[in-house]
Design a binder for this molecule. Structure first.
Ligand code: UDP
Length: 310
């Protein structure tokens, strides 16, 4: 089997490269390294792995047979998509179009990395896949949310019109090794700040909630979805919901840091609550998270201490 992974040098993409190679799948990783890094794939010493430095918003040509196309290319941290609004819209729209075109051409299975952001600032809690969401299309987060919503619509159109066997995973907040030190998302920010005895920057009053999952659980869920007969979107995330302030305190406890917590302005349209309803993943994929959030934080802190110090 042979897989093409766009965003293959990113946080999630690089873990998928590892997991597929471990199963004996040949992997072609494509990345323009806008937010990804070759550091994430530098450890791979496998003749069945290749890397192409390329922007997937351009015409995509891959020689030879392809069985799976996994489209993971996109800025995904709010600070990145605020800094790169047009690149974010383009990779969600044109990049998804090119990746779907490749899947159609190769008669490959296609899997789209979508997001809990399609639910926006949700009015239904927790969020089942049937919820249509509450997104501000013209707000600063709209570039990511709408790009992913368009990507989902295009994916379903390729499924319905062209008969491509498509999958859509709606990924909830996920953390783990290989997140960048300057990633900007809550968990890497807090870990990095705690390890450097800098104040932890909680936005707003920290009462907004998220449900944080670990990368290994997510990768297992994605591969289960890829192998399933599901064509409808599936939430993958850990329903263990925490306020951002609770998460900051947990990271202080785990690191033993003496850092204080400071409160900063809440970004525009920051969702107030978020928790996945994972009934579909449980029933249709037999998947559920296995790693407790505290254990996941310990593993991630150890990795940051080793790899991201200085
Ligand atoms: N957040 C925070 N401090 C930070 C980074 C993020 O309080 O240094 C908050 C952010 O406002 C949001 C939550 O933590 O309410 C999760 O943010 P993240 O960027 O990790 O992901 P999001 O779920 O917003 O995409």
């Amino acid at each position: 089997m042979r897989a093409v992974i766009t965003g293959g040098a990113g946080f999630i993409g690089s873990h998928l490269c590892d997991a597929l190679l471990a199963e004996g799948v040949e992997v072609v990783a494509i990345d323009n390294l806008l937010t990804g890094s070759v550091d994430n794939i530098a450890h791979i010493r496998d003749a069945r792995f290749s890397f192409v430095h390329y922007d997937v918003t351009n015409y995509l040509y891959i020689d030879g047979p392809v069985d799976y196309v996994l489209h993971f290319a996109s800025p995904a941290s709010p600070i990145d998509y605020l800094r790169l609004p047009i690149a974010t819209l383009k990779v969600g729209a044109m990049g998804t179009h090119k990746a779907l075109g490749l899947a159609l051409n190769k008669k490959a299975r296609f899997l789209l990395a979508s997001t809990s952001e399609v639910y926006g600032d949700p009015l239904i809690h927790p969020q089942p896949e049937s919820y249509w969401g509450n997104v501000n299309p013209i707000g600063s987060r709209g570039v990511y949310d709408e790009a992913k919503r368009y990507a989902e619509a295009l994916t379903m159109a390729y499924h319905r019109y062209h008969g491509v066997d498509t999958k859509i995973v709606r990924i909830f907040n996920t953390f783990g090794p290989r997140m960048r030190k300057q990633d900007g998302r809550a968990v890497p920010n807090f870990i990095n700040q705690a390890l450097h005895d800098e104040p932890l920057t909680v936005y707003g009053d920290g009462s907004q909630t998220r449900s944080f999952g670990y990368i290994t659980d997510l990768v297992r869920g994605i591969l289960a979805l890829l192998r399933s007969e599901q064509n409808e979107p599936v939430n993958i995330g850990n329903p263990q919901e925490l306020s951002v302030l609770e998460m900051a305190r947990m990271i202080l406890e785990i690191t033993g840091s003496k850092s204080e917590i400071v409160f900063k302005d809440l970004p525009e349209d920051d969702p107030k609550v978020r928790q996945p309803d994972i009934t579909a993943a449980q029933q249709k994929l037999g998947w559920q998270p296995q790693v407790d959030v505290k254990d996941a934080l310990r593993l991630t802190v150890e990795w940051f201490q080793r790899e991201r110090s200085g």
